[in-house]
Ligand binder design. Structure first.
Ligand SMILES: C[S@@+](CC[C@H](N)C(=O)[O-])C[C@H]1O[C@@H](n2cnc3c(N)ncnc32)[C@H](O)[C@@H]1O
Length: 261
């Protein structure tokens, strides 16, 4: 099983959070994170990523970031920095995509009477959320899963800014959660209650808040071009089903995959 995590911040929680997420998704707890560990019954191949560079992270969180990354690498987890969850090269198909608390760091400015900064904050975070979902069209195997956990402003409706008519994305409303998914070819499966957690801010520091997971699944329709591409990316060539070769686009898609397009 291959998993990619986006926006890992200071990389302090990756293992703990992944185990919790797998548990909540009803998947077996993994005995090893090292894909080369043949003694493990089930292994998970994990790629943990973050948008910022090491320099930026060290500046923000201090030297401990380097220790956190080294500890993960020692366990066999691949760590990649400078990865934009909405736009990155193809790293191979994944069974599960996880982004805990995506946030651009733009919270809006409570001192701004025009509220424009809140509108901008909603817009930027909306772009991030939509962009992550959209990107899964290329990263997830057919029927692969996506888990994005969100916390408070601007994602969840229940926050003080609603009294200012700033409703944010209201992802705790199933109608919106579904609509976001279907625009990206994903089926909204359920909310997962992660309970109250200490939540990290982009800038360091943390606060306690309720965290909810939005659980999506790739909603591939059988044998359209999207399914063709998903299937060809999701399996090794020798395992492609016979129908792949009957599709008039298969050579074009093969070219795209081979050339990292
Ligand atoms: C609120 S912090 C959460 C960090 C971590 N996931 C956690 O829960 O502790 C949001 C994280 O998303 C990252 N981020 C923001 N925009 C991103 C993007 N386009 N692609 C990947 N990560 C992004 C930030 O750098 C930051 O690390």
């Amino acid at each position: 099983m291959r998993v990619i995590l986006y926006g890992c911040g200071d990389f302090s929680y990756v293992i703990e959070y992944l185990q919790e997420a797998l548990n909540k998704l009803g998947k077996p707890a993994f005995t090893s994170f090292n894909p080369n560990d043949t003694t493990a019954k089930i292994t998970v191949d994990v790629v943990a990523t973050e948008l910022r560079s090491e320099d930026q992270l060290v500046k923000q969180y201090g030297q401990r970031v380097k220790d956190n990354i080294a500890a993960l690498q020692k366990m066999g987890i691949q760590v990649l920095l400078g990865v934009d969850a909405t736009n990155h090269p193809y790293y191979g198909p994944f069974d599960l995509v996880i982004f805990r608390n995506p946030h651009t760091g733009n919270y809006g400015n409570s001192q701004d009477p025009s509220m424009l900064s809140y509108v901008e904050s909603i817009g930027k975070n909306n772009q991030l959320f939509e962009g992550v979902l959209k990107k899964t069209e290329q990263t997830v195997v057919p029927y692969g899963e996506v888990l994005i956990t969100v916390v408070g402003w601007p994602y969840v409706g229940k926050n003080p800014k609603t009294s200012l008519e700033m409703k944010g994305l209201n992802l705790d409303n199933p109608t919106y959660a579904k609509e976001y998914g279907s625009r990206a070819g994903l089926e909204f499966l359920s909310y997962i209650d992660f309970g109250t957690h200490w939540i990290a801010r982009n800038s360091g520091g943390s606060f306690e808040a309720g965290e909810i997971g939005l659980h999506y699944r790739d909603n591939t329709k059988w044998r359209d071009v999207k399914e063709l591409e998903h299937t060809m990316r999701g399996y090794e060539e020798k395992n492609w089903p016979a129908w792949v070769y009957k599709h008039d686009q298969w050579q074009a898609i093969k070219y795209k995959i081979n050339n990292n397009l």
